[in-house]
Design a protein around this ligand. Structure first.
Ligand code: ARG
Length: 460
């Protein structure tokens, strides 16, 4: 342990398992570039307050350019047992390049506690901006399909039982609306992640009067986390990201579940492209919607990262505790799984074939029972009464063993004398039923077009 960066007060060796148990380099190396950027900004701020001479700062900046190139060229050699994390690895290498006399001044007034939170936030805010782009692309596929496929009608379900006719485009936009909520939350989340902890030191704040605002500005942060203790204690930015991701994955999972059902032979509404399906090793005829099942399955994994991290941080005393190192892997895994999932969902949706005639064939006249009740409402009969009358028509059709629309006007009038000739139009057309739902957010064509327009406004 004497060789370690913090080895001054240590005399004994570490348990070998403790060395690997403690080290985080195999995952936090992901942020090598952010760690270097943060260090350069920190060094620049230190040169402004006289801790570093301009020459020393220049040497540090130049040295770090080389360290960065080594990472990028994959020639950076990690020293096992010495480079416990990305911060110690980068500083060790800088010292080898420019000499420890100058490199040893870099960490003045800084702690890995403010350093690590800085690197993580820089990395995460960039990732979230990429996720925002992926989510916008997904929403664009949803709106483009809704536009191109505005006409097909299909059953709308409640309790997974056929309920009322809807447009396929309306189904698409129902998820589009949920995902637009995720986009809205993401856009609110990014500025909260994008705050600078640097200058907080270990917990009490920098003693040399460093300009925290200037560092934040250089690193593209939207301001600083003010209280120094809060700045090093905080992993809310990761918890909140995983909570956001969990909500998104709930929507992706439900969306996938609908499509798994719609892709069965029994429904046959949609067919997945080969690119997103696989076969069975035993049954030659099988084509399985693996992509959708993985999306449904991976949602559980994202919830796991969220709850795992919440459990890790919930009982911690103030400021930095090593438990916080556990936030890394939940962050990396949660972000990757979510990012991959949005892209897969986009691929599935943009390559999927729909079968409007199958959707239409799945509609049945009894799904117009509400329209039949509405017909009498328009003649002034109270809805509670019309609901009952329409129910009796459904029962009659069942008893006669014929679809509701095949009942004669005479049979209908036998149930209620207020049925007139024009009732046959109600029972004869799913299109007419759908087109009556002209309310904002309804399933009529005009309402669907208006929904598309509102969604598109969010995506520019
Ligand atoms: N690898 C550590 C982490 O990810 C860096 C911070 C270590 N700080 C400390 N005081 N031990 O949390």
């Amino acid at each position: 342990a004497e060789n370690m960066l913090w080895g001054g007060r240590f005399t004994g060796g570490l348990d070998p398992l403790m060395i690997t148990y403690n080290e985080s380099i195999h995952f936090d190396r992901t942020t090598y570039a952010q760690d270097i950027r943060g260090s350069i900004a920190y060094a620049r701020a230190n040169s402004k307050i006289g801790i570093l001479t301009p020459e020393e700062f220049a040497a540090i900046e130049k040295g770090f350019q080389q360290v960065l190139q080594e990472w990028e060229a994959n020639t950076f050699v990690i020293k096992p047992g010495v480079d416990e994390d990305i911060h110690t690895a980068n500083e060790r290498r800088l010292g080898e390049i420019i000499g420890t006399g100058i490199a040893g001044k870099l960490h003045t007034g800084r702690s890995r506690n403010d350093q690590v939170a800085t690197g993580m936030r820089l990395w995460l805010r960039d990732q979230l901006r990429i996720l925002e782009e992926y989510l916008v692309s997904f929403l664009k596929v949803i709106t483009a399909r809704a536009k191109a496929e505005i006409n097909p009608l299909m059953p709308g379900y409640t309790h997974l039982q056929r309920a009322q006719p809807i447009r396929w485009s309306h189904w698409l936009l129902s998820y589009g609306t949920a995902f637009s909520g995720d986009l809205e939350r993401l856009r609110q989340l990014i500025p909260r992640v994008n705050k600078s902890p640097l200058g907080a030191g270990a917990l009490v704040g920098n003693a040399f009067g460093i300009d925290r605002e200037a560092i934040a500005k250089e690193l593209g942060f939207d301001g600083i986390i003010n209280n120094s203790m809060a700045a090093v204690a905080d992993r809310d930015f990761i918890v909140e990201t995983l909570q956001w991701a969990s909500m998104l994955m709930i929507h992706i999972s439900r969306w996938a579940e609908d499509l798994i059902i719609y892709s069965t032979a029994e429904f046959g509404f949609v067919r997945l492209a080969d690119a997103y399906s696989t076969g069975s090793s035993l049954m030659p005829q099988k084509k399985n919607p693996d992509s959708l099942e993985l999306l449904r399955g991976k949602s559980g994994r994202v919830f796991g990262t969220m709850t795992g991290l919440m459990m890790s941080v919930k009982g911690l005393p103030s400021t930095y505790n090593k438990d916080l190192q556990e936030s890394w892997e939940t962050m990396l895994d949660g972000v990757k799984t979510t990012s991959d999932s949005i892209q897969i969902a986009t691929g599935v949706l943009s390559t999927m074939t729909i079968f409007p005639e199958k959707m239409l064939a799945a509609l049945s006249p009894d799904m117009l029972a509400t329209d039949l009740a509405d017909y009498l409402v328009r003649k002034g009969v109270p809805f509670r009464e019309t609901h009952h009358i329409s129910g009796r028509v459904v029962a009659l059709a069942e008893k006669e063993g014929m679809p509701m629309d095949k009942l004669s006007l005479l049979q209908l009038q036998g149930v209620d004398s207020r049925f007139g000739e024009d009732v046959m139009e109600v029972l004869g057309s799913y299109e007419a039923s759908v087109e009556k739902r002209t309310v904002l957010g309804g399933t009529s064509k005009a309402s669907v077009q208006e929904q598309i327009q509102r969604l598109e406004e969010m995506l520019d």
